[in-house]
Design a protein around this ligand. Structure first.
Ligand SMILES: [Zn+2]
Length: 400
């Protein structure tokens, strides 16, 4: 089991020692330890949640290991849509509810982010625990409580439950499609801008801020950046670093009970794009792929738009006083951001999209999202500040 010391210290400092954090098993071959864990916890009836791909990747092995020990297994293979994607909408949520055996005492989510979201939603409302088995290092939400689900066509993130244990087997992660690993790296790269936005909001809108949580997230990001070659090669060591960073980021959100350190203007852009694709009934894009590219767009906005303004542009706006006090510090943070080129190169290195074209989005949608995405959440960000300037005419310096 992996000990996450910094997370334990954060829990202590937040007076949350009583919160039971998930047990983390990370490394080569840890999938074999699931059976022993189930026996220790005296679970007798498990429901494994998979899709066709993740059943092949890990679900069938877990099933046969567990059956050999006399534990009863119910496997739910979630149905995909016309785009061959499993979506966390009412139809799929009800599918899992109705296919869950009444004897189930624990769920095992085997898959990437969406299968986890569907499982955590059902586990929460069934008052059952769930175990996480990521089949790709694709997203930072495995260990958080947030379940983004689509209800009546609108995406909402509900706070549900976190797993009691995570079994992240790097042998399985290494066999996942490389765009999923690239997406996990993109979700970490997004912290460059989410962390700045959180600090801006703390200064300007008095949003609660936790330095230790920010430091943990920043250190996880830096570790991924330092080891990007190993992550690109998808070596066991590289995947362990990326997965640990994603797990830690999720645990920080779990302890704070909000997603702020990991979600800023780049996530708002991604959310806007996702809703548009949903409305048009188009195939969804990977979360991490979207937020990675969105980070490059936001870095461009901050370096080439926000940083070229003087404080005078904000005189007469609601936040004039706070901005006056903190403008130099905001400029320093923006200055320290890597360049668009550097971030785009990192995304390309790990085999992910680095431009809007590679992502397959329309330029018009991206421009529209830059004008409007800040209204999706009541959160102050650099993008929000730019859009509060009525005189601001956006000139897109970055080649979209
Ligand atoms: Zn994210």
């Amino acid at each position: 089991m992996v000990s996450l010391e910094k997370i334990n210290i954060l829990a202590q400092n937040l007076n949350l020692e009583h919160v039971e954090l998930p047990s983390i098993f990370l490394g080569q071959g840890v999938i074999k330890e699931i059976t022993e864990y189930l026996k220790q916890k005296e679970f007798q009836h498990i429901t494994i949640v998979v899709d066709n791909n993740t059943y092949e990747a890990a679900g069938n092995r877990i099933k046969s290991n567990v059956i050999n020990e006399g534990i009863e297994v119910n496997v739910v293979v979630l149905t995909d849509n016309e785009h061959q994607q499993v979506i966390a909408d009412e139809q799929t949520l009800v599918e899992l509810f109705t296919k869950t055996s009444v004897y189930t005492d624990v769920y095992i989510a085997v898959g990437s982010g969406t299968i986890h979201d569907i499982t955590r939603f059902c586990a929460y409302y069934m008052k059952l625990p769930f175990i996480s088995v990521p089949t790709a290092a694709s997203v930072d939400g495995f260990t958080s409580k947030g379940a983004p689900v689509i209800l009546k066509g609108v995406k909402k993130t509900l706070q549900t439950s976190s797993p009691i244990a995570v079994f992240a087997d790097t042998n399985i992660l290494a066999n996942s499609p490389k765009e999923l690993t690239a997406a996990g790296f993109g979700d970490m790269i997004a912290k460059y801008t989410s962390l700045i936005d959180w600090k801006i909001s703390a200064w300007i809108a008095n949003e609660p801020y936790n330095q230790q949580a920010a430091d943990i997230t920043k250190a996880s990001l830096q570790l991924c950046v330092d080891h990007r070659e190993e992550i690109a090669d998808r070596s066991s060591y590289g995947l362990e670093i990326l997965m640990k960073a994603l797990i830690e980021s999720g645990l920080v959100m779990l302890l704070l009970n909000y997603s702020r350190p990991a979600s800023g203007a780049e996530h708002h852009l991604s959310h806007y794009w996702e809703m548009s694709l949903l409305e048009k009934d188009k195939k969804q894009l990977l979360h991490g792929a979207k937020v990675g590219v969105a980070s490059t767009i936001i870095i461009n906005e901050y370096k080439n738009e926000l940083a070229t303004k003087s404080f005078d542009s904000f005189i007469g706006t609601t936040f004039e006083q706070q901005l006056k006090q903190h403008w130099p510090e905001i400029m320093t943070l923006i200055d320290k951001l890597p360049s668009v080129k550097e971030v785009a190169e990192m995304l390309s290195l790990v085999h992910g999209p680095s431009t809007v074209e590679e992502l397959g989005l329309e330029k018009e949608l991206v421009l529209e999202s830059l004008q409007n995405a800040h209204t999706l959440r009541e959160r102050c960000t650099g993008l929000f500040l730019l859009n509060t300037l009525s005189t601001h005419n956006r000139i897109i310096g970055y080649e979209l």
